[in-house]
Design a protein around this ligand. Sequence first.
Ligand code: PLP
Length: 458
Amino acid sequence: MKKIGPEPYKIKMVEPLKQTTREERKKLIARAGYNIFNLGSEDIYIDLLTDSGTSAMSQFQWAALMQGDETYAGSRSYFRLKDTITSITGYPYVLPSHQGRGAENIITEMLIKPGTIVPGNMHFDSTRAHMQLKGATPLDLVIDQGLKPEADHPFKGNINLNKLENVLKEHGREKVPFVLITVTCNSNGGQPVSMENIRSAAELCRRYRVPLYFDAARFAENCYFIKDREHAYKDSELIDISREMFSYGDGCMMSSKKDGLVNIGGFMAFKDEVLHQHACQLSILYEGFPTYGGMAGRDLEALSVGLQEVLELPYLRFRVEQVAYLAERLQEEGVPVVKPPGGHAVYIDGKKFLPHIPQSQFPAQVLVVELYLESGIRAIELGTTAFTEKDPDSGELIYPELDLVRLAIPRRVYTNAHIDVVAESVLSIYKKRDQLKGLKIVYEAPVLRHFTCRFDFV
Ligand SMILES: *Cc1c(COP(=O)(O)O)cnc(C)c1O
């Protein structure tokens, strides 16, 4: 069995976990309409719903909170955060936002004119929605292997450079306001982008005079993968990898709920002063005065510390290995998981796990429900419930190719013993998988149905 190193920290404050019985969980999940979004966190043992805003802060972050400067304008905490972000990215102009999508709103409003195209590796869903709202067409150009769950490629988040060049050549900078590279690539499972790929994409952008931005929610995990998998960087410091990566862009936006190691917040950063000024004007309208941007001074402090801690090698190595360990334990016993695991989650292929359940009966969601019943673990379906579309003419349902269960691992929250509970629960279900029955939807909202719909067994 794969070995895993111990946690590179010890525990100073604890949050009790409630254990329920299978009988209790049976009632709770039925009352929730078999939708895990309707469960109260009290009734969950291990919560793998998301890695967003669920990180545990360090003693240094909690101490920094006490130094928050809550001044409306010119807060000391802002300048401390700005210095940290500049040291990590090289970008001199920094603007906080209440979370990642606040930054998306401002950057898309500044840069996008209706009728334009924004290419990227794969845009995150809220980013995509902001682009569309401003009248642009988001374009995902991730390499083909990035979309194949079985393809074992070290950088499945890479952008297809031929396709990018064709788009830039055909449309030029009039029609392409910027290119956005998401590190790591969240939408295909937290898959990394190589430095070589970023460098080449940046060269293309320069040649066609189109700016390059990063969606940097998991920039530190991406830096670790570069160090681990890209030979030229094996002896590099993570901070140097980070600086080099950002040096190829014109700016970035970030949800600090991921690699900021805090529970809320975000920011954008720019090379260009004029753009920053424009962003500040919009911030006053949408987020707040530019030295707080919708964040409390104490949260700016905690983020400043978190952004430094997230680039520490013992932390990042443990983080990525903990995720990989879970994937390998499952894979060893034949559970169909997406390969290789990304930086923040393990994905199980629902259709392959439960081949006897047709896609119309939500195999991945069946597994999500059974995981809760088995041991109180909350996972999330990213598949048939979330992404099925209706053909506008025939009304026929178009199912997504992939029906996945995501086990997202919060940062510094669960120990390896918890991860073993997760592995053993999935394996125990795998052994009795042919007994599981399909689900049907009994209530759904017209948009984003997965958050509120209710199911029953067929
Ligand atoms: C979470 C996320 C966002 C949005 O950030 P919020 O803080 O949730 O608003 C944008 N891009 C990526 C890649 C993300 O993971």
